[in-house]
Every structure is written in C-alpha cells, then in structure tokens.
Design a protein around this ligand. Structure first.
Ligand code: PLP
Length: 371
C-alpha cells in the first residue's frame, strides 16, 4: 500500500446526520414519508428564485465558474453590514471555510480551543493539520459558555478558538460580553460560528470594527435553504480574508451554487418567511416536548432543540433507532464529545411533520414504559 501521512491513522471518520435515501432503503420506507429532523435544514425547500436561477444557468456549466465572486460578495457585504473585501466565500459550505482556517492558521504542534459539546467538525478538520485540541466547557445546566474554561485552555500556542453561537447542539447563545473577554485575552483568531444567527435575532458583526482577531462564520445551508449546494461564507478584516484566499481552493463554488446563492440572498421575503416559520415551529416543539415528563428539553435560539433522555432510561441510539423504524430521522448525539449516550437533537420541520413526530415520540415512550 502507498505510504500515507502518519496523522491519518489517528483520525476518526466524521459521523454526519443520515440522509432520507439511506433510511428509506434500510427500513423499506417511502422517501416522501420520512420526516427529517437530523441536519438542521430549511424544511420549506429552497427559494423559488434559486430554482429558477439554477435552471437558467444549467446551459453554461461547460464553463468554469467565476473565481472572484464579485456580485455575491457585494450582496453578502450588504446583508451582513461589512465591506466586500471583508467577505470570503466557500464552495463546500462553511465546512470549507473551517478547512481554509486550518490551512491558514495551523502549524504542526500549534493548538486550537473548542468548548464541549459543540459542533464537531472544527476538531475533525483542524486536527488534520496536526494541531492539538484544548477543551473548554459548555455549561449544560445553564446552557451557556463557561468562558473562564475557554480562557484557561488558551496558551501561547493557541492559533484558533472556536465559539459557536447559537451553539450546536445545545441551542444556547454566547453573550457578547463573553466573546469580548476571549477576543481581549488572546491574539489568536477567534472564530464565532453564526451558522444559525438568523434564528436568534442577534449577531456579532459590530465587533469586527473593534477587534482584528475576530472571524465570523456563516452558511447558506440553514435558513437560506441551500444545504445541498454547499455554500458558506466568512467575515473578518481584509488582511485575514486576503491571507485565507492564499490557501482557498480557487474554483470550489460551482456556477450553479453561485447563482442559487445570489438569487436567495436577494429573496428577502423567502429569508424572512423561513426565519419566522422555523422560530414558530421551534417554540411549538419546545412547548409540546416540555409536557413529556421523562424528557428534558433545552430552550433554543436556533432551528434545533437538544433533548436529554436520562429520566426516560432510553439511550439515544435506541430512541433514534425506534424513531427511524417509524420514518423519523433525529440526531443521536452520542458522537458529540462532552455528551454521554442520553442526548438527541431534533431540527424543526414543517408543522405537519412536527405534529406527527410528537405523536410517534409519545407512542415510543409509552411502549418503552410498558415493556
Ligand atoms: C454550527 C455549524 N457550523 C457550520 C456548519 C457547516 O455548514 P455547511 O453546510 O455550510 O458546511 C454546520 C452544519 O451543520 C453547523 O451546525
């Protein structure tokens, strides 16, 4: 066999949410009947403007995409309240931007800081550059960042600090006061992941004027309804953006993704409707699940909710499996570092699907009690 990099032996494969296709095949179900609550997508489908733009652009796919992505940068700058030279766009979603952050800021042996539990892809990606993870704590009792634990994890080798707000999978926000504390404590780049900021009615763009070590990460996969097109973006000061462009793949954003993103960002009604819809459904799910005594649900500022199943006695993998048999995909959180085997995360879906899910969930819990 060809000799590979030593680090590859130490890497664990990433465990993503399951697709409808996989589940339909495995359980002999009809794809259309499957309720997908596993990956925090937009349940309403993409913007009709995005579909139209893709249809019109299809005939041009024999040509390379643009590399400077001018118009999309301008639209994103307007949407976010920054200048176009403060924007970087990634073609494998926000995940590509995380990859580029690793390539740009990590030397072998340097360190990065993440609280636990949080989005696992930071560690999954950055460790590939032979950096060492140093962990802080996400306080589960109060669903907030333990900022002192982050400061304690930072040292002179720290290059990147990842803070996710709203935090995936817990749904809690990080206060701007705590973000400032981290920015002021270190020269390392502080990556504030706002993949879900639209659902929280807050953001941290104002801090970009004050701190040159802040990077804000965002995506078109959530409220923008384009998870399958793989578009992410980041906001920072022009120097950080310029440095990152030196290691970013040049043509990673396809022509179809480009036009879809441009059409969606201009479709303000779609963004507004999608945001409001998911917030309403999140509150509906929170209310309904709060009534189930053996489950503990966490209030969320995002489009997903974390559920603690300890009191029910059912481990997450078993509950997720029972739900799968009934055509409901949820995120078993066992693979999230910092959570034990009793946690699932559910995304909001359409109202009809959410109602159906609640019914199925209650039945599974009743059957489990009676066993
Ligand atoms: C917190 C967070 N950041 C980033 C991403 C990556 O998004 P994308 O689909 O743009 O790669 C996700 C995806 O689930 C996420 O939950």
């Amino acid at each position: 066999m060809p000799k590979k990099r030593e680090i590859i032996n130490q890497l664990e494969p990433y465990v993503p949410g399951k697709s409808k296709n996989e589940i339909a095949e495995k359980y002999g179900l009809n794809q259309d009947d499957i309720i997908k609550l596993g990956s925090n997508e937009n349940p309403l489908g993409p913007s009709p403007m995005a579909i139209k733009a893709i249809e019109e652009e299809v005939k041009n796919i024999n040509r390379y995409p643009e590399s400077n992505l001018e118009e999309l940068k301008e639209e994103l700058a307007k949407y976010s309240g920054v200048n176009p030279n403060q924007v970087i766009i990634g073609g494998d979603g926000a995940d590509e931007i995380i990859e580029v952050l690793g390539k740009t800021y990590i030397d072998k042996g340097s360190e990065f800081v993440v609280p636990l539990p949080t989005y696992m892809y930071y560690e999954f990606t950055v460790q590939n550059y032979e950096a060492k993870a140093s962990y802080g704590i996400w306080n589960l009792e109060h669903n907030c960042l333990d900022v002192d634990s982050i400061l304690a994890a930072i040292n002179e080798n720290t290059r990147l600090v990842f803070l996710c707000t709203p935090n995936n999978p817990t749904g809690g926000l990080i206060s701007q006061e705590d973000i400032r504390k981290v920015l002021e404590y270190t020269d390392a780049l502080v990556v504030v992941d706002e993949a879900y900021f639209e659902f929280s009615n807050t953001n941290n763009v104002n801090l970009l004027k004050e701190y040159d070590n802040l990077f804000i990460l965002r995506t078109f996969s959530k409220v923008m309804g384009l998870a399958g097109m793989r578009i992410g973006y980041g906001l920072s000061n022009p120097e950080v953006i310029e440095n990152m462009h030196r290691s970013k793949p040049v043509f990673s954003l396809t022509k179809l993704s480009y036009v879809a993103a441009l059409a969606t960002i201009k479709d303000k009604d779609y963004i507004k409707k999608s945001t409001e819809y998911s917030i309403n459904e999140r509150e509906y799910l929170f209310e309904e699940i709060s009534k189930i005594p053996e489950l503990k649900i966490y209030p969320s500022k995002s489009n997903y909710l974390l559920i603690d199943t300890h009191d029910s006695g059912i481990i997450a993998s078993e509950l997720a499996n029972e739900l799968l048999k009934k055509g409901v995909i949820v995120r078993d959180c066992t693979s999230f570092k910092g959570l034990d085997e009793f946690w699932i995360r559910i995304s909001v879906a359409t109202h009809k699907e959410n109602e159906k899910f609640i019914g199925i969930l209650k039945n599974i819990l009743k059957d489990y009690k009676n066993e």
